[in-house]
Design a binder for this molecule. Sequence first.
Ligand code: S3P
Length: 429
Amino acid sequence: MDRPFLDLGPCSPLRGALRVPGDKSVTHRGLMLLALAEGEGRLYYPLKAGDTLSTARVLRALGAEIEEEGPHFRVRGRGLRLKEPEDVLDCGNAGTLMRLVLGILAGQEGLFAVLTGDASLRRRPMARVAEPLRAMGARIDGREGGGKAPLAVRGGPLRGIRYTLPVPSAQVKSALLLAGLFAEGETEVEEPTPTRDHTERLFRHFGLPLWVAGSRVRTAKTGPFPAKDLTVPGDFSSAAFFLVAALISPGSEVVVEGVGLNPTRTGLLQVLKAMGAEVEWRVLEGEAGEPVGYVRARHSPLKGVAVDEGLIPLMVDEVPILAAAAAWAEGETFIPGLSELRVKESDRVASIAQNLRALGVEVEEGPDWLRIRGGGVRRGEVESFHDHRIAMAFAVAGLPVGVRVWEPEWAEISYPGFFRDLLGLCGAS
Ligand code: S3P
């Protein structure tokens, strides 16, 4: 079978300003909370891409009315009580969808649902949500004892628990907080390492119970709550590709506007600064409790760094594009704390190492770390590994010299139009 590919570049410099599509994490959560709210609410400028369209499809099967209104979504919620789906719920490639919706379904008394997904999602670990949800009283079964999808859930009465996250995961934290809305008493999640806090900010936006004290976040059973409109900021994870593209291409200057600058998402900016990047950002406004502003990046000579392990959860989706920056830096970059990357849409530690080698970069791969010897890349061919962020990161890595990206359509999971936007900045003056 012929596999699709895209030849890009060489292209330099990149110049211009752009807006990126809406934040994926906020779109998933916004749709879910509006589906649980009473009455009608609008989600302005959501991400409309593979993953979030899967969320809309699943929520429709659970009885929410979701209509497209130009670039927006209009959602009529169910007021906490979802409808039993008539068929298996297909979560596609979206781990956030499967894990968070499991938390919601666990608390739907009497409702039976089966969740599945594509080959990548069916390989990803689900015990991390199934186990604490079972401790709350949920009935969840599935392959490998409920550790892998397909998963079956029968909703029932839940009770609150106190739980310390064994791995830093915003998805696990969020699944438990969502289940906590249906559980008797209080549900408390402690996270030893901070992770993205969009769920907490949205709970506040909707007036849901929430207390945060240091590393502990707590919620409680809620009564019906009204829908409230919500504007989704641009996705920092999507902006990151253009920032690094500008940093590595001589003569470039790129500004991304209207982008979410939640500090639990922007760890990459700190690492790029330490590498010597000319990058600046400013928060200009707030949208539904999320700071929003611009980021500007100019071509800069980069130097390798040893990345602080504590920053990884604050840039967990940006490691592939950091690896691209490291390939163009002078000297060695060491990235620790990567065990979670092994269980993303692909084994990203392996995907990064293989693609860097394909571009002539020397790289050493440990169980949970990467050591990258920088100095530039040579023209080559990279694989997407069925992983949107790998496809986009390595398109950027090879852009200054020219690159062939195999199966580039995977980018559409989080960013339809990515290659058009990237090439739109090319060679403009
Ligand atoms: C996400 C959390 C992260 C991230 C994913 C989106 C979220 O996953 O990698 O792309 O929206 O909560 P983990 O919770 O597994 O770290």
